[in-house]
Design a protein around this ligand. Structure first.
Ligand code: NAX
Ligand code: K
Length: 461
């Protein structure tokens, strides 16, 4: 955070009765001691205070500071440049706000003052959906030790502003001992998955990916996923395309081999042995023609190894939900929000979507990648992973085709499906961040993502 712009300002610190309020009182003391003008407003101070609150209250009393007990009728008026610190409620909030605390939060939200939330914007529930609830809309949130699930849900975007994680020195053995459903995928996590390429390796060591994609008018999707697959480290890549798409593919991606469908404009069947291929990615641009639909059904029935399933292949599945049970274990589904809704239902808040994805991943023994700002990866063992790379410039046609290519290429190299999904999503986002830095979020395209994969430190910075 640009701390400097907060220096030499006046502060209004709103404190609740629990430990979050105690943190606010400690901040008030430190700011007062460093010469800042601080007003402290206590909410429900007569109710049961936590011991941290009491300790910090005592310490603050010894420092010259204005402490005001808020009454229902007396909401304070504040100068426009006063910084508001929200220490009303943190992780201890166990129900939605009501009564005076709700009024106070609504009042703070109506002001135009800058707001810094401590640990959580007050009113936001840590592990439950806060859709439709009243909560502080902060410009910055200073949160302790780790990301809270609430910061990763799109429906909470307007509340937390920029999130800064403060290390409060919780003991590493404690942190490691805590069992969580969710993990954050960052560079450190990725370095524990990635395998080094040995000096004496040859193309046969890195597998052979088969991308089944394209139809007349949608060959771009096939080209994007094939090119991305070529740049994900796979040893060999073959694209199975409709006959009319062969020249397009061969000119656009000369490193890839082609398998040519018997149909000129659509994909209809595979009349060769699939054993040599170490992974299959299917879906980008294939359309939903009857012959393509029957072909997908046959493939699902016959093929036993994990596949990456995207785009129209997902749409076909959503029209034939019984076929979900045919998915080979370890298969990776990559729906965007609309495809997800078609597959597993609408009318869910973000947490319900996540929980449904975890349940379906478990029941069907598959991996579900819910694409979005913090793309979520649900795995069959019940764990979910939030990605940390990527940006809004990637919300464009073709980005998903690139992701399918990357994951299929990683899977081909012998990574386990969970690892391929996590690594692929991270790599895709990291390429997106590079593309945004070079071209800007507005103008960057899916082709720029592929270009940006060619960065030596993509997975190490
Ligand atoms: N390891 C930790 O857990 C640490 C926690 N700390 C702080 O402690 C906070 C959690 O403290 P607490 O557990 O005391 O909880 P909070 O301070 O978030 O709130 C608890 C208080 O609010 C009341 N309350 C809950 N929901 C309410 C509602 N809807 N309306 C009105 N009152 C409501 C509770 O009865 C209780 O009195 C964290 O957010 C963080 O700020 C930090 O001090 C550092 C370490
Ligand atoms: K807070």
């Amino acid at each position: 955070m640009a701390y400097k712009k907060y220096l030499n300002k006046n502060f209004a610190i709103f404190c609740g009765p629990g430990n979050n309020g105690g943190d606010g009182l400690a901040i008030a003391r430190l700011l007062s001691l460093s010469g800042h003008a601080v007003q402290v407003f206590l909410l429900n101070s007569a109710s049961k205070r936590s011991s941290d609150f009491d300790i910090n209250y005592k310490c603050l009393k010894e420092v010259a500071s204005v402490i005001i007990d808020l009454k229902e009728i007396s909401l304070p008026s504040l100068a426009a440049d006063t910084i508001i610190i929200d220490a009303i409620f943190g992780t201890g909030l166990n129900r939605s706000l009501d009564g005076f605390s709700k009024q106070l939060v609504e009042y703070i939200n109506r002001l135009n003052n800058k707001v810094v939330a401590i640990d959580m914007p007050s009113g936001l529930l840590t592990d439950l959906s806060s859709k439709g609830l009243t909560a502080i809309k902060a410009n910055n949130t200073l949160t302790f030790q780790c990301f809270k699930a609430a910061f990763l849900l799109p429906e909470n975007e307007e509340y937390f502003g920029n999130v800064h994680i403060l290390d409060i020195n919780l003991h590493p053995s404690y942190l490691n001992s805590v069992e969580t459903t969710f993990e954050l995928v960052d560079q450190q996590f990725i370095s524990s998955i990635i395998k080094l390429r040995k000096a004496f390796s040859h193309k046969g060591n890195f597998g052979h990916a088969l991308i089944i994609a394209g139809s007349y008018g949608k060959m771009g999707a096939a080209v994007l996923s094939t090119k991305a697959c070529l740049q994900s480290g796979a040893g060999l890549v073959t694209a199975h395309v409709p006959a009319k798409g062969v020249e397009i593919m061969q000119i656009s991606a000369p490193e890839a081999m082609c398998r040519i469908d018997t149909q000129s404009e659509i994909i209809s069947n595979i009349d060769y042995d699939l054993k040599p291929y170490t992974s299959i990615g299917i879906g980008p641009g294939i359309g939903k023609e009857k012959m393509t639909t029957s072909f997908l059904y046959q493939l699902l029935k016959d093929y036993q190894k994990p596949m990456v399933i995207d785009a129209d292949a997902l749409n076909i599945l959503s029209e034939n939900p019984d076929w979900l049970s045919l998915l080979p274990p370890g298969s990776i589904l990559t729906p965007h929000p609309k495809e997800y809704a078609r597959l597993f239902g609408n009318d869910m808040n973000d947490l319900e979507k996540i929980n449904t994805a975890l349940q379906k991943a478990h029941d069907l023994k598959i991996i579900i990648i819910l694409k979005g700002h913090h793309t979520f990866i649900a795995t069959p063992d019940g764990k979910g992973y939030f990605n940390t790379t990527g940006n809004a410039g990637m919300a464009k046609g073709g980005s998903g085709d690139v992701l399918t290519g990357i994951i299929t290429g990683i899977l081909a190299q012998g990574y386990k499906p969970n690892e391929a999904a996590i690594l692929g999503v991270y790599m895709h986002g990291a390429a997106g961040d590079n593309a945004a830095a070079k071209y800007g979020m507005i103008s960057m395209t899916a082709t720029d993502l592929i270009e940006a994969l060619k960065t030596p430190d993509l997975l190490t910075k």
